[in-house]
Every structure is written in C-alpha cells, then in structure tokens.
Design a protein around this ligand. Sequence first.
Ligand code: ADP
Length: 778
Amino acid sequence: MESKKIQIPMLATRGITVFPKMIIHFDVGRQNSIQAIENAMINDEKILLVSQKDAKIDDPKVDELYDFGTVASIKQILKISDSTMRVLVEGEHRASITSYEDEEEYFLVNAKMYIEEESDVEELSNSTTALLRVASELFEKYSKLNPRVTKENIYSILGIESPGPVADLMIANIPLSVYEKQQILEELDEEKRLYKTIEILRREIEILSIQKDINSQVRKNIDKSQKEFYLREQLKIIQDELGEKDGVRGEIEAYKEKLKKIKPPKEVEEKINKELDRLLRTSPASPESGVIRTYVDNVLALPWTKSTEENDDMEKAEKILNEDHYGLTKIKERILEYLAVRVLSPQVSSPIICLVGPPGVGKTSIGSSIARATGRNYVRLSLGGVRDEAEIRGHRRTYIGSMPGRFIQSLSQAESNNPLILLDEIDKMSNDFRGDPAAALLEILDSEQNHSFRDHYIELPVDLSNVLFIATANSTANIPGPLLDRMEIIEVSSYTEPEKIEIAKQYLIPKQLKKHGMKKAQLKINEERLQIIIRGYTKESGVRKLERIIASLCRKVAKRLIETGRKSFTVTEKNIEELLGIPRYHYEAKSVEPQIGVVRGLAWTSVGGDTLSVEVNTMEGTGKLQLTGQLGDVMKESAKAAMSYIRSKAAELGVDPNFYKNTDIHIHIPEGAVPKDGPSAGITMASAMISALTEKPIKNDIAMTGEITLRGRVLPIGGLKEKILAAKRAGIVKVIIPQENKKDVSELEDNVTEGIEIIYAKDMTTVLEHIFANDQEV
Ligand code: ADP
C-alpha cells in the first residue's frame, strides 16, 4: 500500500468515527476545532479527523486522542450561530499521526497517510471473493433487522467489489462503540478488516434477532393487557347501561364486606379471597364464574363464628320439655342429666342419643323440644334412603352441579354452630357401590374427629364439635354395629290406650284447636269418646294418626259451628260416625264362649300389638298339614315344630297316636290381609291343634304368646308391652307368656299390667294346665 507523509490540521471528533468514503456532517463548536477547519480551508480543504477516546471530555489532551484517523475533505460549511458551524465532510484516506506540530491554538500534526487502491475484480482471490459474498449476505440480513440502514446504502455497499472499502462502509452503518470502530479503522490489511467485519455482523445479527424476539414478546404481553383493559372498560360501560352498577367488582366488594362481618377463621378468609381473585379473572359469562359464586355463597352461609346462647337453667328446661310432651320420662331425665353435666363442665363432648321406637311416638318432635330446652337451633336431617357417601360428605367441586353434603347444608340451615341436629331414621340408611354413608357418619359423630370435619365440596375444616346430635330409629336391628356402639340408645315404647287419651286431652286437642283458630270451650269431648276414636279410627303404636283424626275433627266441628251458629259442639257416640265416617278398625273381641280348636294368640307388628286367633280343623285323611292365611316361613316352621311335639307326646296329651296317619290338620289364621311372620305363635298353634285333636274347648278369655321347640319348651318373645295392651283391648283377662320374659314384665309400668293375670310358662305342660275350659284351675 502506498503511503505519504503529510502535515495537516486535525480535529477531534466526539463519538463518531469517520471512515474513508463516508460522507457525514457534524457540528463543531470548540474554538480550536473551528480554528483547525478555518486553517484547513485556507490550504487544501483537507482535515484529519481523529476520535476522542472519551466523548465526554471537552478539551482533550494528546494522550486522550487516538493517533489514527481519517483524512477527509471539507465539502461544505454552514454557520449555525456565532459559535457553531456545521461541516459536511467526505472521508478519503486512513492516516496515522507521527508527531504533533502545534497543539496550542489548534492541532496541527505530521501524519502518514495510507492510500488504498480499489482492487481489480479480476484479480480477487477466491478466498477474498468468498469473504465478500459472506459479508454481503450477512449485511443484507443485518439490514433487514435494522431498519435504519437505508436501501441506497445497502445497494451502494453491495456494489463495491473491494474488501477494504466494503468493510469500512458496512462498519460505518452499524452502531458500534467508538473503540470497536477504531479497531477496524486501524486495520490496514483489507482481508483481515473484512473478516473482523463479518464477525461483528454475525454477532450483531444474533443480538438483533434476540432483541426482536424480546420485543415481540413484550409487545404481545402489552397487546394482551391492553386488549383486556379495553374489553373490561367496555364491559363496565355495558354493565352501567344495563344498570348493573358495579358488575363483578361490586359483587366482589359485597362479598368482602360480608367476609369482614362474619370474621371466619383465617384459613377460610384466605380461601375466599383466593376464590374472589379467581372470580375477578374469569369471564362473568363463563360457567366457571357461576361455580365460584355458588362456592363462595355456600362457604359464607356457614355459621363459622355464630352460636346461640345455650340454656343452663335446668328448671326452665324441664318446664319446656313437659310443656311439649306427655310422659317420655326417660328421655326427659336423660336430657336434664346432660344439661347438668354441661353446666358443671362445659367442655365435655356431647353424647349422641339415639331414640328408638315405633313411628309416631314423638321421637322427632321431642328433638325440637330438646333444642328449645337447651337453647339451640333445631334442624332435622333425614337419613332415610341415603345410600351414597357423597350425600353425607358432599361432591368434589370438579363435579358438575356439585353440592356440599347434608351436614354442611344442615349447618347453614341452622344458622349457628351449636345447633341440635336430629338425624332422623338413622336405621334407614343403606350402602351401595358409591361408598358407605355410615362410615362417613361415624367420623362426624366421633368427638375426636369432628372438630375439623372436611366436606369434599367445602374443602375447609368445619367444627361440628358443638353440635348436639340426636338420632332416631325404628329399631336397632338395622343400625350398623360401629355406629350403634357410639350412641346411647333410649327406647321409646308404644303408648297405652290411657296414655294416648292423656296425650290427646293435654296436647293434641289443644294443639289442633289452636291451629284451627278455635277455643277450648268450642269442642267438647270426653275420655270415652276419645277411646272410641282411638279404637275405631287408629291402629298404631304412636299418636300420629290420632293427631290427624283430631285435626280432621276440628275442621269438621269448625264448619258445623259456623253453619249452625252455635257456640260449642259436643262429640257424642252418635255423631262420631257422622263426623269421621264408619270406623275403620274392629279389634277382635274375645269369643263369646269357649271353642274347640280356636286359640287367641298375641302378635306384634310395626303398628303395635294385636290379637289374632288361630283356628284348627281336623278331618279324616292321610296326615296332611295344611296352612292358610298369609303365613311367613318362620310361622310355617313353627307349625311343624308344634306338630312334632304333639306326635312325640301323643299318649300323654290324650291324642290318638295314629293321628298323623289318619287325620288331616288345617291351620288357618284369619285377617289374611296382613302378612304375619315370626315364631311367637308357636304355643298358640300347638294349643289349637291339641284342642282340635282332643276336642277339648279352650277358654275364651285367655291369650298367649311364645315360641315352641320340638320338645315343648317355651322360648321368649319380643314386643311384650304392645301384646299385653292388645290383649287388654280385646277383653282378655289372662295371658300366658314365656317364663323368660318375666324380667321384661317387671320393667313395664303398672298401668300396663293392671287388670290382667299373667301366667309364666316354661314348657307346654304349664300352658296346657291353664287353657282348657272344663279343667279345674290348678
Ligand atoms: P316419630 O318421630 O316417633 O315418628 P313424631 O315426633 O312425628 O313421631 O310424633 C307424631 C306426633 O305426635 C307429633 O305431632 C308429636 O307432637 C305427637 N306426640 C307424640 N308423642 C307425644 C307425647 N308424648 N306428647 C305429646 N305429643 C306427642
């Protein structure tokens, strides 16, 4: 490369590096710079442009300047103000400073100028051509990423076929640090210069494309949030137009207000806030927002901190219990005991009482009365037919239409966290493939676990430990064992007729009169008439039907009073039928006189006790045993057992020993409509058969119940109270019952056994001693 020594004024540029062939204008304000230009103009309009190492320095010293620059020719000067001028220059040749001639007024330097000649295309080596192509490709790519490179620049650069100038112009178009540009400027080897340029291009392309990615990502985010903002604003306007003042936000505010008022445990508050945040983020029209709302409503409806003041005044409690129910002394006592314990140690966990007894004896209604007496809110939760665990524990929220379980629902219904929950018909629960509801119930009733019961839907621990649970059941037989173990069973038995009369007089009639807006004096009914009603129109252990009949009586009487204008109405034997219709039930009365082959048994059904007569006919035949009258299997077995007994004792009993060969026996139990089953008619059937076979009449005022074994032993039976009451109702004066039931009789109230003689039988011999009409009493 050719070089030339020159003396030339020098100008320090700040932040720009001028390359040969580059045309650029810049403003000059520094005094010594202006002087340098003026001097240059006097000579040949050439000036050496050298970069300051640090652009911030106003008055750079020699060592603060690079010593390599570009000789440029000044093309134009424009005076902008007194102290500033704008110059347009075109870079020509590289030059390195060899010495400073003057640095006082302005810089005047001696330099070596390098004159680079444009190479001949033909002479380019393959490697140079390759470098040129790579550089062009990259520069094109670069200029696509950097829109500041103008098209003209691109074409003019791509048109050059010389590596040095190409590198210079490309670098001039890339924003780089002064230092980096200086490196290129100082590179005299053209190929090396181009090579360095390619490296820089590569790096810059990489940086630019990353930058672009970042930018587009950011823009996307901004676009999205802008879009959302815009849509929300629109929604607000729509909601305003529709009169839904504050839309979702308002709703959330309202929920938050409610939350503040309720002051639930922290965990609950956090959960609700989380859900509300979610609500804000979901579109109000989406099904999800409905699900969230329902959930929040359900959680907020729970009585987290609300409780009622419990009553610890025993006298008041006793008064309330007596006010509502007649009798039921055992339950009332138990409740008062519970209250007493509670007063002494409030922390004690509540017992789970289970009231067991036939329908209509007041199990449910005493529940609400206990709630009143103990100062608790009352909720009835019917478990009859519950077969799915989810009904107890709720469905997870992922299910469509999921709901909290029954206990959580009951608790919200109760509106306090210490209510009395009556678990009605706990024995009617069943289980199937959907899980065992009894197991879930166990957890709820367990005082160790129920202070943090988790419902699948609510997903938050709920304290059930302050709830007083009372369960009801018709019989303990169907209550799962583990559940039964947890509960304290209190039996509620059927009412006797006198009790029913008292309940009607003291409770049911006043209650129904009040309900029908009538006064006590307007309906006159005495005990005898009540008895007629009880006997003819009801057949039940409890008083549910009786209450309904009394209600209907009240309605009819009210109508009569208005029609006739009279002040009061007296129920008489005659007008009962007019008012209530023909009596539905006729209790079997005792037979008028002793009969052969007819014996009265005592039966127990779900509606109470009843008597049933067993009839036996014998006839010549081949020893067949026929049974008719809707008998169950157990009863048929009993008949066969009785038959065996008779055959084995034929001689002793005075029966023809060959009766099983020449006699057919037909046993019939009338009132066939009611299916009968159970072993307790055993001794009755045996007695009737013996009577028929020996043709000895049986007393008409005796009745019996007991299971028979093959050898004639008499085994105990259940439902004693109901059976004795039924016997009395039928006018029976003497009943035979198994010896082993003696202890049950001792537990009966006196008025049940009053007026009836009870004979305890260990075996058939004792039975037979008492039943025949013509025998002398022993
Ligand atoms: P259960 O739950 O045992 O089937 P309910 O509680 O439904 O019986 O009772 C039926 C009706 O009989 C209720 O109106 C109840 O008030 C009334 N009742 C039952 N027993 C008594 C009683 N001892 N004193 C007053 N009313 C009673």
